[in-house]
Design a binder for this molecule. Structure first.
Ligand SMILES: Nc1ncnc2c1ncn2[C@@H]1O[C@H](COP(=O)(O)OP(=O)(O)OP(=O)(O)O)[C@@H](O)[C@H]1O
Length: 457
């Protein structure tokens, strides 16, 4: 094994683990040497080393074995400064110059290291449209680092809609504007991991002190701690201590606080007491704007490639699932076009992206329908799914059941289960009722049409 070989192998890992994991965890580690069946990697912090070892070691070993089958195990070590210890097998490797690495503070301060930030995720590269304008404005406001006005800022939305991008953008901006501020960004999973590590190492006092000493705490994907009682408890205390000191907290999740199951009520209510903003699913215009901006970025790598008129519009129309898929499709298109030496036109797009286009054929989910219908009738999702029989909840519920039956391939019992465990006969009755009303009640017919169009967008 050589460093060059590792450089090639990790490109293969990029495909397996995805860009985010790659940037956060694989890129910062550096192959040092292989000896006696053990491959050693330099890592910037113990935390990162432990994380990679627990989550990616098998995958990495698998790739390394294709090059050197005698390898049996991996080890991760934080390099000591030159001359600092006789037991290190080699002098330390120079620290990589990627932005992800620069984001990591020195190993001595392990406990306070922030998770690596993606240098591409800035406000400049974030395209704003109607679905995300409020979230963007709120993120901008907290990124100014001025007096805390809403605490916490809670950003939520479906997969790949830009939550992490906005969180990183806030952290980048705060670093630039207020370098004296102690900004800690990490995922809820990392919070739990550090908490468990502190318990194991009997360093709870250090843990508490560190988390209480930050100026801005940013926790991504907080839904992860649902159902994890001790982590929630600790998170709750950390949260309260920071709010009491008037320190800014920014949280993201894939759903609103009230919709996160197995989250204690006191945590839920704490999370709701600041500003809760929703990143809505993208609309056509936003997708087109994002594609145009990403094409500009691709041009840096492929200055000679042109995109024929109509291709971006086609992609924005056809790939409406999430921005990550859209971005991946574009990257692939550019790489493919440059490899085969063709221009990016409709024909090449169809050839190169046939699988993505097939997979993106609009699959509407029960959750999407429930969310759209509850928004439309201005009721809470939990009331629509819950047991209340009031007409103001029951009618939207029936509308949603009807749409689920017509627009998804779910069976009646499955739909019943998603509506608070109702029986399939209840769903059948609801669907029938709406079918009748559709012909008698103009308002219902109009609502159905509006909702159908919004869902198909
Ligand atoms: N408005 C936008 N402008 C530019 N890029 C965007 C926008 N929204 C999302 N993206 C891009 O889409 C990709 C996915 O975004 P991100 O990782 O922030 O999603 P997420 O909401 O955190 O998703 P997940 O729930 O999977 O963690 C990123 O590469 C991000 O840069």
């Amino acid at each position: 094994m050589t460093k060059e070989k590792w450089g090639q192998l990790r490109q293969r890992l990029l495909k397996t683990v995805g860009q985010n994991n790659y940037t956060n965890w694989i890129e910062p580690i550096e192959f040092r040497a292989a000896d006696d069946g053990i491959a050693t990697f330099d890592v910037p912090t113990n935390f990162l080393g432990n994380y990679v070892s627990q989550n990616f070691a098998e995958l990495i070993l698998h790739e390394l074995k294709t090059e050197d089958p005698s390898l049996r195990r991996l080890q991760f070590a934080v390099p000591t400064p030159v001359g600092a210890g006789a037991d290190m097998p080699q002098a330390p490797q120079p620290v990589q110059s990627s932005a992800a690495m620069r984001a990591v503070k020195p190993a001595a301060n392990t406990a306070l290291t922030t998770a690596p930030l993606d240098k591409r995720f800035t406000f400049d590269t974030f395209v704003v449209g109607k679905p995300n304008e409020l979230a963007h404005a709120a993120a901008r406001r907290v990124a100014e680092g001025g007096p805390v006005t809403f605490n916490p800022l809670f950003l939520y939305g479906g997969v790949g809609l830009g939550k992490t991008h906005l969180m990183h953008a806030i952290a980048h901006e705060l670093r630039a504007r207020r370098p004296e501020m102690n900004v800690l960004y990490l995922s809820a999973e990392q919070f739990m991991y550090r908490f468990v590590q502190a318990l194991r190492d009997r360093k709870m006092m250090d843990f508490k002190e560190i988390f209480r000493s930050v100026d801005v705490l940013m926790v991504d994907d907080v839904q992860f701690i649902a159902g994890k009682d001790s982590t929630q408890e600790e998170f709750f205390h950390t949260f309260n201590a920071l709010v009491d000191q008037n320190k800014q907290i920014i949280i993201s999740a894939d759903r609103s606080p009230s919709e996160i199951k197995d989250l204690e009520d006191r945590v839920k209510s704490r999370l709701q007491c600041g500003l809760v903003v929703d990143l809505h699913p993208t609309d056509y215009e936003l997708r087109l704007g994002i594609l145009q901006s990403k094409v500009e970025q691709q041009r840096l790598n492929y200055p000679d490639l042109e995109v024929e008129a109509g291709v971006l519009e086609f992609l924005a129309h056809r790939i409406s699932t999430n921005v990550r898929v859209l971005e991946g499709a574009l990257t692939r298109l550019f790489a493919f076009a440059s490899l085969v030496g063709r221009e990016i036109n409709m024909e090449l797009t169809q050839d190169c992206l046939s699988d993505v286009l097939r997979a993106s054929e609009r699959k509407i989910t029960v959750e999407e329908i429930q969310r759209k219908v509850s928004d439309h009738y201005n009721i809470r999702l939990s009331d629509m799914i819950g047991p209340k029989r009031l007409r103001s909840y029951a009618r939207p519920r029936q509308v949603a059941m009807y749409l689920c039956k017509k627009m998804t391939s779910r069976s009646l019992p499955e739909i019943g289960r998603r509506f608070g465990g109702r029986d399939h006969t209840t769903v059948m009755h609801g669907v029938k009722r709406i079918e009748e009303l559709k012909t008698q009640d103009g308002q219902i017919a109009e609502d159905l049409e509006l909702l159908r169009r919004a869902l198909e967008e």
